[in-house]
Design a protein around this ligand. Structure first.
Ligand SMILES: Cc1ncc(COP(=O)(O)O)c(C=O)c1O
Length: 410
């Protein structure tokens, strides 16, 4: 017997439909932390895998040797193997796991097994563009680390080679955690890795923001440049489902961390996510280079256009960015226009242009929609008219957005 839907269910379905229409078809999304998932990957997210378990661990139980806690997993386990193999190929890494549930969980997956409690780590402070999670009260508190600052300076929050090397030599940490939430420029990684390895410190590279660029051969190649482990979110510049992954060339480290993930950091790894992630990796194998190149070209062109129209951005002298991000020069914005990044973001949102409220603009999703560098002057014009002059450009944005109904590189 069919059960009638409740009012709450009807309302829920309407809300999801409204969200999908708005975010999927009626705005330009310039949030640096987000991306659009390919249609095939979305189908996999809604597959039967969404409710299943597998735990492919060899264990003794009640006098038997089991190779899994569950049955029914013959396809699930092959999907995971395929996902890990694709991650190894895309990141040119000997070992990969697609199990971490998010970028943050990927960080815990690397740190908890490899860096013992009580150890000292270096990380870029949040007020220098670092990830809040590496601030003293968060991951370091959870894992009982002492965290010391790895300096990043200037409005572009750049890590300088000499300062980093000097800090590593004087602090002698167990691990150097690289990666930022405000992430414009690559690191002098070879110098950092050489200094870190000389004091027996691991180099852990949090590529959450730039993972899609690294996959496509842009920004930098952390494993080749000396990082011991690379990990990050799979949904920022990497255009996959919400989740995380971790890669390394070092068998000794992988043997230590891979078996430690289950039951220490998580149990179930969410197999619909892993199928969708595998699909995204396979798509990037085919067109990841073109995608990553387009994202960075768009960001640099949008930077030039915005700056030319009077929206102050940092790092103009260095070409604004080498990533998918642009950073609003917040003090200059306040001085010239009397508003903060939060007020600017809310104003733009009302005109169907989404940036975050902390001053970052990202081009990953518009590149996926097919906007190229030639489209950036028009996008900049809309952003400036809406954000700085208070013009109501929402209808114009909507009409233009309709020209980009499908995702490219998918
Ligand atoms: C550098 C960095 N690492 C980790 C994370 C956490 O990522 P997730 O939301 O995937 O857990 C973020 C989130 O913004 C980040 O910027």
């Amino acid at each position: 017997m069919a059960i009638a839907r409740s009012d709450a269910e009807r309302r829920l379905a309407a809300l999801v439909r409204a969200h999908d229409r708005w975010r999927g078809r009626e705005v330009f999304n310039l949030l640096a932390s987000e991306n659009a998932v390919s249609p095939t990957a979305r189908r996999f997210l809604a597959s039967d895998l969404a409710g299943r378990y597998t735990l492919p661990l060899t264990m003794e139980f009640d006098g038997e040797t089991l190779d899994n806690n569950y049955t029914g997993t013959r396809y699930t386990d092959q999907i995971e193997a395929l996902a890990n193999a694709a991650a190894s190929r895309v990141f040119r890494a000997r070992f990969a796991t697609t199990r971490p549930l998010s970028g943050h969980i990927a960080a815990l997956s690397a740190l908890a097994p490899l860096v013992p409690p009580g150890a000292k780590i270096l990380a870029i402070p949040p007020d220098a563009g670092g990830y809040d999670g590496y601030g003293p009260g968060f991951v370091p508190a959870l894992l009982r680390y002492t965290v010391r600052p790895l300096p990043a300076d200037g409005p572009g929050h750049r890590v300088r080679s000499e300062v980093a090397v000097e800090t590593i030599r004087s602090e002698r940490p167990s691990a150097v955690v690289l990666g930022q939430s405000f992430f414009l420029f690559p690191y002098p990684l070879r110098e950092i890795a050489e200094a870190a390895h000389a004091v027996d410190a691991l180099v852990l590279y949090d590529a959450s923001h730039v993972l899609g660029l690294v996959a496509g051969g842009e920004f930098q190649d952390p494993l080749r440049d000396g990082a011991d482990v690379v990990f990050g979110s799979t949904h920022k510049s990497f255009p996959g489902p919400q989740g995380g992954l971790l890669v390394t060339d070092r068998e000794d480290l992988f043997r230590q961390l891979d078996p430690a993930l289950v039951w220490r950091v998580f149990d179930n790894a969410h197999w619909h996510r892993i199928a969708a992630l595998a699909q995204t990796l396979l798509e990037l194998e085919r067109c990841g280079r073109d995608y990553a190149r387009a994202v960075v070209a768009d960001a640099q062109q949008l930077g030039r256009a915005l700056h030319g129209l009077g929206l102050p951005l940092v790092a103009a002298e260095d070409g604004f960015t080498r990533s998918h991000q642009l950073h609003i020069d917040r003090p200059a914005l306040r001085a010239a226009h009397g508003i903060g990044a939060g007020a600017l973001g809310r104003t733009l949102e009302r005109q169907r242009l989404l940036i975050d409220l902390v001053g970052r603009i990202g081009t990953a999703e518009v590149a996926r929609l097919g906007l190229g560098p030639d489209d950036m002057p028009r996008l900049a014009d809309l952003l400036v008219r809406a954000g700085l002059r208070g013009e109501r450009v929402g209808a114009e944005v909507l009409a233009w957005r309709r020209n980009f109904p499908a995702l490219r590189y998918a």
